[in-house]
Design a protein. Structure first.
Length: 474
């Protein structure tokens, strides 16, 4: 087949990450000078728009019309007026007035429930509706931020535990690095396999958390979730005396039709699960439903809100907005990404990464923080960089380090994957960080220096893990 025309390729392929990086820089500069207003009786949504023909002011009028009262002849002082959006600010980036920021104030009068609460779904379908993202006129549209009044924020459940609660129920001190892992293989496994994998992991006192993968479904004839949870709980009991007094949360993956979810959760919890995991990007209001339904249990489940697929949403809504709502509805664990040398492996990175972690941990009235879960390429070669970063930022107690292949796929002398060897290598890498021997090594030279130290000190497990993960430095 022939090649595609160069002009056509330029229209098809562009560096969206570079675009977003530039947009974030410009937006940060503009908002620092002219921040969005805070209003007690409105949600204030901040957007970036690039309209084809309309000015920003004209674009706002279309949003107010289509997204709120749907009328243009509004009697002053009427209920219609109270339920119509108002413009809270416009910041044009160019002389055309078609590109820039628009702050839209959506009145609580049109959406607030009688008891004063809202759901995230209520907010989403108002501030991220068709007139904003579905019309051709809007060449570019991004929802950058949603400011919610304090009295509304306080009506959300928030995480059942958050970092403080999770450490308390598992016996992890604030200064203890907390690790997690997921089951691998990730599909095609039976309850026998789950028991074996959990038993291997539970022997390592680094682990606070074990989760199933989103590829493992709950309603399988050969691997029902209740039996998997029962076997996992039994495995934990068998090795509890080897865990230095520390507990461990096991979270099976929960999915299914909406009418099945609560029964599946109940079955998993009755079988011994202490957490549950949802693919939250595609779960709608499931997380809040489960959070509300289980809040009166003596020990509610810790909720892992897996964000696989989140980038199908972040082309339109900035990640920190999505993560804020995930936190508000009750997610205890939320993945970001690890710090690592070189080009990013996974999103988020740079300013998006910092904004996401800020949204998960910043002070919110009546809402616990969500435990940041750094995962996606986290391994023995970069764990020291991540430990140093969270220590520098003062959030060590709010971070879980979730290692997958770096634990599960390290091969032993027989050439077989050996998670015990992978876990030992991770513990050795943590000890190296604690020693401070590499604290002054530049980030780009860290992994090579770590490999040299492992060789010099005969840290066999760490040396082997680095050899397999970073063959280029050998």
């Amino acid at each position: 087949m022939g090649v595609v025309d160069t002009g056509m390729l330029l229209n098809i392929v562009h560096d969206r990450d570079a675009q977003e990086t530039a947009l974030r820089q410009v937006v940060a500069d503009r908002l620092a000078k002219h921040p969005a207003p805070v209003m007690n009786d409105h949600l204030v949504a901040t957007y970036f728009f690039a309209f084809r023909t309309m000015t920003l002011e004209q674009g706002f009028k279309e949003i107010a019309y289509h997204a709120t009262s749907g009328t243009k002849d509004i009697p002053p002082g009427s209920l219609l007026e109270q339920c119509t959006a108002v413009c809270a600010g416009v910041d044009a980036f160019d002389a055309s007035g078609r590109v820039g920021l628009v702050h839209v104030a959506f009145p609580l009068k049109m959406m607030l429930h009688p008891d004063g609460r809202l759901t995230s779904n209520d907010i989403y379908h108002t501030v991220a509706n068709a007139i904003i993202f579905d019309v051709y006129e809007n060449q570019e549209a991004r929802l950058l931020n949603v400011s919610i009044p304090e009295h509304v924020i306080r009506t959300f459940p928030g995480p059942a535990y958050g970092p403080v609660g999770l450490r308390k129920v598992t016996g992890f001190a604030d200064a203890d690095p907390a690790f997690g892992r997921f089951l691998k293989p990730t599909a095609g496994i039976t309850p026998d396999d789950v028991e074996r994998i959990v038993l291997e992991a539970a022997r390592c006192p680094l682990f606070l958390f074990i989760k199933e993968d989103e590829n493992l479904y709950p309603d399988l004839d050969y691997s029902p979730v209740a039996e998997r949870a029962r076997r996992a709980a039994e495995a934990l009991r068998r090795v509890q005396d080897q865990r230095e007094g520390k507990g461990l949360i096991f979270a099976p993956h929960i999915t299914g039709a909406p009418n099945e979810i609560l029964d599946t959760v109940a079955a998993a919890l009755e079988a011994g699960a202490t957490g549950v995991m949802f693919s939250e990007t595609f779960a709608g209001g499931t997380v809040r439903m489960v959070r509300e339904a289980t809040k009166d249990r003596q020990r509610p489940p810790a909720i892992y809100g897996h964000n696989a697929g989140i980038c199908t949403r972040t082309w339109a809504v900035w990640r920190e907005v999505i993560d804020l709502f995930a936190r508000l509805v009750g997610i205890d664990f939320r993945q970001t990404a690890p710090l690592r040398p070189g080009t990013p492996f996974i999103r988020p990175f740079a300013a998006e990464w910092e904004a996401s972690e800020h949204a998960l941990t910043r002070e919110l009235p009546g809402i616990a923080p969500t435990m940041i879960t750094r995962a996606g390429g986290l391994d023995q070669g970069n764990i020291g960089l991540n430990l140093a970063d969270v220590e520098r930022r003062g959030i060590s107690d709010k971070v879980l380090f979730l290692a997958g292949s770096a634990i599960n796929s390290i091969k032993n002398k027989q050439g077989k994957p050996d998670s015990t060897l992978g876990a030992e290598a991770m513990m050795q890498a943590v000890d190296v960080h604690k020693s401070g021997e590499l604290k002054d090594v530049p980030i780009e030279e860290h992994t090579k220096a770590l490999a040299a130290l492992a060789e010099r000190k005969n840290l066999t497990a760490l040396r082997e893990a680095l050899r397999q993960r970073y063959p280029e430095i050998n």
